[in-house]
Design a protein around this ligand. Structure first.
Ligand code: SF4
Length: 367
């Protein structure tokens, strides 16, 4: 058998990462209640005192260590960590230092707002061993930030990314496609900007209408319409491709399925396999784009047969949720008989099978 490769792309593997041990402090330190936010529902954790949260975390971390589980990375999430009252902020950092000293954790990260990054707080975080600060940027667009009553502008968000990096930590950027005032093109601009600003990781949280938020009231009054799921999947696939080209991981797409969240979702683009669906679409889009270019450049005839060759680890992913992308692959000429797998980890390619190939003799996986 002989064949020639038409297009090749590299499909990144998720980097090995220690488990994350989240300590949720819902709404703690938040100067405003953002219109879309229901942290208590999103995290499955009621608002509580930092001291209580630390007491529980200490017990759970010791139990983990007692069971010889690998030391996790401690993460303070759910509020505005750098705006906690001074005594709570200090207690959390003291706890992190103690836990690290005892070998209960292997690192520290936190999430916070872009407009609450006092220099002394960043220095204290760094000094306590914090490696990454995730910024709930949501958007760099002034209009979207204003409509969501975030209380800061795009310039503040851009400066915040620089400030975290200048303090010697990695910056993670959380974006919210579909928030009030957001448009697909603008969201993709936000992704490009986050990458230009040096984001070490991204999270995409498509905007949902959650019970108990101001957005729920706007939605009920007809003043807000969430993005449809199909459009969200396509836009996220494009955003994922941008991140992949920059070598930056997207570490979360969609809210985690916490207890109580499902009942709180009134509307919006939600699906339990959102991330997998986006990945599959992203792969299809990238292959489709490269094939179109190959055809435009005359490297492949319009109706020439092609064969898709994938790492075996993508076997369950590439055809999408319940095979939803099968028609799209078929449109590219990739029928079930035209798919092969290899044992490598990253390389995806499309090749032109030689006319002497006997496809029927080669094991393949159908849709
Ligand atoms: S979005 Fe962030 S800053 Fe706004 S209320 Fe929720 S946790 Fe607080």
């Amino acid at each position: 058998m002989s064949s020639s490769r038409i297009v090749t792309l590299s499909w990144p593997e998720a980097a090995a990462h220690p488990p994350v041990f989240p300590v949720f402090l819902p709404f703690s330190g938040c100067p405003v209640r953002c219109v879309f936010c229901a942290q208590d529902r999103q995290t499955g954790c009621a608002p509580r005192q930092a001291a209580d949260a630390l007491a529980v975390a200490g017990r759970q971390l010791r139990e983990r260590a007692g069971r010889a589980h690998p030391a996790p990375e401690l993460a303070f999430y759910g509020g505005t960590f750098t705006a906690l009252p001074p005594e709570d902020f200090a207690a959390c950092l003291t706890f992190a230092r103690m836990a690290r000293h005892e070998g209960l954790i292997c690192g520290l990260r936190c999430s916070t707002r872009p407009d609450r990054l006092a220099t002394d707080r960043l220095a204290a975080l760094r000094e306590a061993g914090c490696a990454c600060v995730e910024l709930g940027v949501q958007s760099f667009a002034d209009d979207a930030l204003h409509q969501s009553r975030r209380g800061y502008d795009g310039e503040t968000a851009r400066a915040a990314c620089a400030a975290v990096r200048a303090a010697g930590m990695r910056v993670g950027v959380q974006l919210m496609p579909g928030m009030p005032g957001s448009r697909p093109a603008r969201f993709l601009e936000d992704v490009r900007l986050a990458l230009e600003l040096g984001a070490a990781c991204l999270r995409f949280y498509p905007c949902l209408v959650l019970e108990g938020t101001e957005l729920a009231a706007r939605w009920r009054a007809g003043g807000f319409r969430p993005w449809p799921l199909s459009m969200t999947l396509d836009v996220l696939a494009e955003a994922l491709a941008l991140a992949q080209r920059a070598g930056v991981p997207v570490i979360r797409m969609g809210l985690a399925p916490e207890a109580g969240l499902t009942a709180a979702v009134l509307a919006g683009p939600r699906h339990p396999a959102l991330g997998a669906r986006v990945q599959a679409r992203c792969l299809w889009r990238q292959v489709a784009r490269l094939l179109a270019r190959a055809r435009a450049e005359g490297r492949l005839g319009g109706d020439a047969p092609v064969r898709l060759v994938l790492p075996r680890r993508l076997q369950g992913m590439y055809r999408g949720h319940a095979g939803e992308l099968a028609p799209l692959w078929a449109r590219l000429g990739v029928t079930p008989a035209r798919v092969r797998f290899h044992e490598g980890r990253r390389e995806v390619f499309v090749e032109r099978p030689d006319v002497s190939d006997d496809d029927a003799a080669i094991p393949h996986e159908g849709f």
